[in-house]
Design a protein around this ligand. Structure first.
Ligand SMILES: Cc1cc2nc3c(=O)[nH]c(=O)nc-3n(C[C@H](O)[C@H](O)[C@H](O)COP(=O)(O)O)c2cc1C
Length: 346
């Protein structure tokens, strides 16, 4: 069976390779309707009224593009599960019926509760779970019977498993572990470090049914980020040097609310450097506050004044484009890379 076959049953418009925009919180909005042949997604917002508004905008935009917006709505909707009010979210799922509920950042028990509740209130919606370890993949696959697993490798921008592996070993090890538990045919989606056709072709070779890109979509014209954020992305190079995983990025403005399992990958900044050299977080906060409020103090760059979430692929992201140009470019480049690999094999 082709890697896409089971996904096509409920995402009939998708074309190979399946390209998905990450549901980046507060950032992925309009682009949900601009992923031709792929899966466009809206990212998590804690203000559910604002999120309903974004869903209306995307629905309207899909109408205008003459796409079939009968239910289910042909997009994914991202939920950061820990700490989110299930009942309020269920109302959104029942009303908009997105084709995919993308669930991430919670333990297996919570994910089970969410997948079961979403399936009851919107049977048209398929539950995908993003996670970043072999153990979590097996536990979630057994408990939640998700419709797909998104395997997030350690190169990924944004939050993820603190002790993660890169997709290059994560995907095959998860596939083998699932098979050992008698779970076959569950689509695996690759996330982390995929920026262009080269990364996408590699993910397909690893056995992925599709790829998710977050950092690459930070360059999309439709992405809701300030120009200074985007410029910092374009300026960064050598992603392993320019970014780091740490929990300090969530501690800058107050206590870290994220569960211990997770840290996040951002552009390195002065907060990170101080934290690395052992400065106490309260001292870092005081320094940051006084630097921001005192024009005579040390000059801070945009990446020092907030956390610029980005993955190790950031050095390959160099220019702004429409989301659909990104999707089409990655798709055709993937074909070329696969042809090249095929020729290599003689
Ligand atoms: C700015 C940013 C925000 C993100 N926000 C979310 C989020 O709200 N929910 C989620 O499940 N993943 C989020 N992610 C992680 C993505 O889902 C995905 O795993 C990651 O972007 C893939 O790696 P890449 O950035 O190298 O493409 C975010 C990533 C970035 C870069």
């Amino acid at each position: 069976m082709s890697l896409l076959t089971s996904l096509k049953e409920y995402l009939p418009w998708i074309q190979p390779p399946l390209i998905i925009n990450a549901p980046m919180s507060g950032i992925a909005k309009k682009q949900a309707s601009r992923c031709p042949g792929g899966l466009g997604q809206i990212g998590y917002l804690d203000d559910l009224h604002a999120l309903a508004n974004e869903l209306e905008i995307v629905k309207q935009s899909l109408h205008e593009s003459n796409l079939n917006v009968s239910k289910p709505l042909p997009i994914g909707l991202g939920v950061i599960v820990f700490g989110s009010p299930l009942e309020a979210w269920l109302k959104l799922f029942a009303k908009y019926k997105p084709a995919v509920a993308w669930l991430s950042f919670a333990d297996t028990k919570e994910l089970q509760e969410w997948t079961e509740a979403i399936r009851r209130c919107s049977p048209e919606t398929r539950a995908w779970v993003q996670l970043g370890s072999v153990r979590a993949a097996v536990d979630v696959a057994r408990a939640c019977r998700p419709d797909a697993l998104v395997l997030q490798g350690s190169d990924a921008g944004g939050h993820g498993h603190e002790s993660g592996a890169s997709v290059i070993s994560l995907i095959p090890e998860v596939a083998d572990a699932l098979s050992d538990h008698g779970i076959d045919g569950l689509p695996l989606i690759a996330a982390g470090g995929i920026i262009d056709g080269r990364g996408c072709a590699a993910a397909l070779a690893l056995g992925a049914s599709g790829v998710v890109m977050g950092t690459r979509f930070l360059a999309a014209e439709e992405t809701s980020i300030p120009a200074i954020y985007r410029d910092a992305i374009f300026e960064a190079s050598d992603g392993g040097e320019a970014t780091a995983r740490s929990r300090v990025f969530d501690e800058i403005w107050g206590p870290n609310l994220w569960p211990e399992t997770y840290d996040g990958r951002c552009l390195k900044n002065k907060v990170y450097e101080q934290h690395r050299s052992g400065v106490d977080i309260n001292q870092i906060r005081a320094w940051l506050f006084s630097s921001m409020n005192n024009p005579a103090a040390e000059r801070l760059g945009p990446k020092d004044m907030g956390s610029i979430w980005a993955g190790t692929g950031v050095g390959l992201v160099k220019k702004q484009d429409k989301a659909e140009v990104i999707v089409q470019g990655v798709r055709s480049n993937t074909h070329r890379c696969l042809e090249r690999a095929y020729l290599y094999m003689g």
